[in-house]
Design a protein around this ligand. Structure first.
Ligand code: COA
Length: 347
């Protein structure tokens, strides 16, 4: 039995914000942002759009791909949605604080009547955690067959647009992957495993909890009645500490995934890192002796979309036919918490 990734989708807001646009409001430059992060632009959701809007659009695109490519017997995305057993949504920017889970809003709008729905909130690692969670839940009960895993963010809503160190980094967007539990189909190369999710590494280092944090609004520091609010809840970041953590855990996670399956880098078709900073990826690649072109980077276009960055990248690769059945793919990421993880997938 294998849990296969059978279709993908993404949604990106139409409003593009360039580095030059940001340099009009904070003391920075296109040259600094490009050279320190690899970012050229980001997409920002309209004021009336919530994260569930992006999540639903990405999910519909994944369902449509599954129908169009005849991965499923259903004749329409709507019909397919009714067969879903589970929706796992990774996000840090829920439509509503605390409850309801945004995945429930997505479930309702998709018409996924019989699907269970849950949010996963481990910041930028949410898609990696979510994929493993969904695969485990499909595997643990024979009645569950199909799941949607979505990563969706409106980080623009929790960005401090006066902080030049962090506001240059973030963007909005969503990506979705449709999973189906199938009788195993053997991988074509590199590994004696069935197609699908092979293995996941997950981890956390809570001692770094303050390095990426939204301080206000939770039970530790609730807003007080009558308090004048100068700025919305926003992310505070210790950039250097996160950078060092990221390089270390990306290196260790890729090494662990390959070692556990006795793989070499030649066996891996593509590594899809969380798109936080191109320099983080380059530094990790250098440590491992992995050529840069193994890593898929689209950070230049979208910036850091947190839990959406990996499923957006998967969809770009999948739609442009850059992933072939049987290819070995590694995803790897890190985020607030601090958390980290990676998935080894036979495409
Ligand atoms: N424009 C121009 N100058 C900037 C700047 C900006 N947007 N942001 C910071 N600087 C300045 C700093 O003030 C500092 O100036 P100083 O030397 O006069 O004090 C200088 O640039 C170097 O700052 P430093 O913090 O050393 O830069 P850096 O090369 O480490 O890059 C980050 C900063 C934030 C890009 C980098 O640390 C990073 O990407 N960290 C990880 C963040 C991350 O991934 N967060 C999300 C995790 S999911």
């Amino acid at each position: 039995m294998a849990v296969e990734l059978i279709a993908t989708g993404r949604a990106v807001p139409s409003r593009r914000v360039s580095n030059e646009d940001i340099a009009k409001t904070v003391d920075t430059s296109d040259e600094w942002i490009r050279s320190h992060t690899g970012i050229e632009s980001r997409y920002i959701a309209d004021d009336d759009a919530a994260v569930s809007d992006l999540a639903v659009e990405a999910a519909r695109n994944a369902l449509k791909m599954a129908v169009d490519r005849a991965e499923v017997g259903e004749k329409s995305p709507e019909e397919l949605a009714e067969t879903l057993d589970l929706i796992v949504l990774g996000t840090t920017t829920q439509d509503y604080y605390g409850c309801p889970a945004t995945s429930c809003l997505v479930q309702n709008r998709l018409g996924a009547k019989k699907a269970a729905a849950m949010d996963v909130t481990v910041a930028c690692s949410s898609f990696i955690y979510g994929l493993e969670t969904a695969a485990a839940l499909l595997s643990s009960d024979r009645r569950r067959r199909r799941a949607l895993v979505i990563g969706a963010e409106t980080l623009s809503r929790i960005t401090d647009w006066t902080d030049r160190e962090s506001c240059i980094l973030f963007g909005d967007g969503a990506g979705a992957v449709l999973l189906e539990k199938r009788e195993g189909a053997p991988a074509k190369r590199g590994i004696s495993k069935d197609r699908g999710l092979v293995r996941t590494v997950l981890g956390a280092d809570g001692s770094g909890w303050e390095n990426l944090i939204i301080r206000r609004g939770g039970s530790r520091n609730p807003w007080k009645t009558g308090e004048t609010v100068a700025i919305n809840p926003h992310v505070e970041m210790n950039g250097r500490a996160v950078y060092n953590f990221a390089v270390r855990v990306i290196t260790e996670t890729i090494a662990a995934l390959m070692e556990e399956e006795s793989l070499t880098i030649q066996d891996i078709a593509r590594i899809i890192p969380h798109q936080a900073n191109a320099r983080i990826v380059q530094a990790a690649g250098k440590r491992l002796g992995i050529p840069e072109e193994k890593f898929f980077l689209n950070i230049g276009k979208y910036a850091n979309t947190s839990s959406a960055s990996i499923p957006i990248a998967l969809d770009e690769l999948n739609r442009s036919e850059q992933l072939r059945r049987g290819d070995l793919v590694i995803t790897v990421g890190f985020g607030a918490g601090l958390t980290y993880g990676g998935n080894l997938i036979v495409w």
